[in-house]
Design a protein around this ligand. Structure first.
Ligand code: PDD
Length: 287
């Protein structure tokens, strides 16, 4: 439960927090965000998350609301005020508020910043990881700049809902060539029969996942080979293992794709090993 949320300079009780009715985040999804895992009251991979936030802001020419150092202080305060030990921090920066106009506003408009911290039900991801999850493939109908972490998430929301109705927890989007791009809110991975990890190379069709980068570090420390290249749905169905990565899941085994069992139909040893080692290799920093 979130009790206190930071909005534009003040920590407010939820019922009292508000943003402008003509905020561009609300009207145009003119906004970016980050989700950072909190572990034992500390941040996981904060340096990489802050760098990606900075890049998202620069790509869209949205002004940074404050320095990274100041933002980390706000994040720490949100974690403490909400007494979050294990959970997440969510931060969103919008271009700001002004009379609705498609043209970008001048530099006098100040960006909006919202930071919240919350703890989901304890151990939910570990429980899910014991059995693994099912995913459903769907045509990727998102825009051409999925490398920017914008709040323009409606295609992901609708696709995830369709997946849920089919008994799957996540979507794997498929591009026009039949290759898997990524999940609605995660990156997609497979393990080949030879034990090689495969994930799509970074391009404008996928988010450069921070957990994806962390898992590549873990793989290197385990001397596992990683290939960054497109892989088709057919190749995924024949894979020895499959899994997804995100700040909220770390490494989550995928045991079925479109109702077809992957490998033995249970979490594979490589996904389990990467999951168990992830936090040993990730940057964990106090706030
Ligand atoms: N989602 N791809 C998409 C489209 C995502 O939305 C996310 C993260 C990822 C994984 O990125 P990372 O490893 O940095 O979390 C990949 C977050 C968790 C969310 O929207 O809640």
């Amino acid at each position: 439960m979130t009790r206190i949320v930071y909005v534009n300079g003040a920590y407010k009780r939820y019922a009292e927090a508000a943003i402008h009715a003509e905020d561009r985040g609300f009207q145009f999804a003119d906004a970016v965000y980050e989700v950072i895992e909190v572990l034992g009251g500390r941040l996981v991979d904060a340096t990489r998350h802050m760098a990606r936030l900075d890049r998202s802001l620069r790509e869209l020419k949205i002004a940074a609301p404050m320095s990274q150092q100041a933002l980390l202080q706000v994040i720490g305060e949100a974690v403490r005020r909400n007494r979050v030990s294990d959970g997440i921090v969510y931060m969103q920066v919008t271009r700001g508020a002004g009379p609705r106009d498609f043209s970008l506003p001048g530099a006098d408009i100040l960006p909006t910043l919202v930071v919240l911290a919350r703890a989901p039900r304890r151990g939910w991801a570990d429980e899910l990881a014991k059995t693994g999850i099912a995913v459903k493939t769907m045509p990727d109908n998102r825009w051409g700049r999925c490398d920017i972490k914008t709040v323009m998430l409606l295609p992901a929301v609708l696709a995830k809902d369709a997946a849920r109705r089919d008994g799957a927890r996540e979507v794997w989007f498929v591009d026009s060539q039949g290759a898997i791009t990524e999940g609605a809110s995660s990156n997609a991975w497979i393990v080949t029969a030879e034990g090689v990890l495969v994930t799509r190379k970074l391009d404008s069709n996928i988010l450069p996942g921070i957990t994806r980068a962390g898992v590549a570090d873990v793989a290197a420390s385990e001397r596992l080979k990683v290939e960054e290249r497109p892989f088709s749905v057919k190749e995924a169905l024949q894979a020895r293992e499959a899994f997804l990565t995100s700040a909220t899941n770390t490494v989550m085994p995928v045991v079925a794709i479109d109702g077809q069992q992957i490998g033995e139909g249970r979490p594979g040893p490589i996904a389990q090993r990467l999951r168990s080692r992830f936090h040993q290799v990730a940057e964990i920093s106090a706030v």
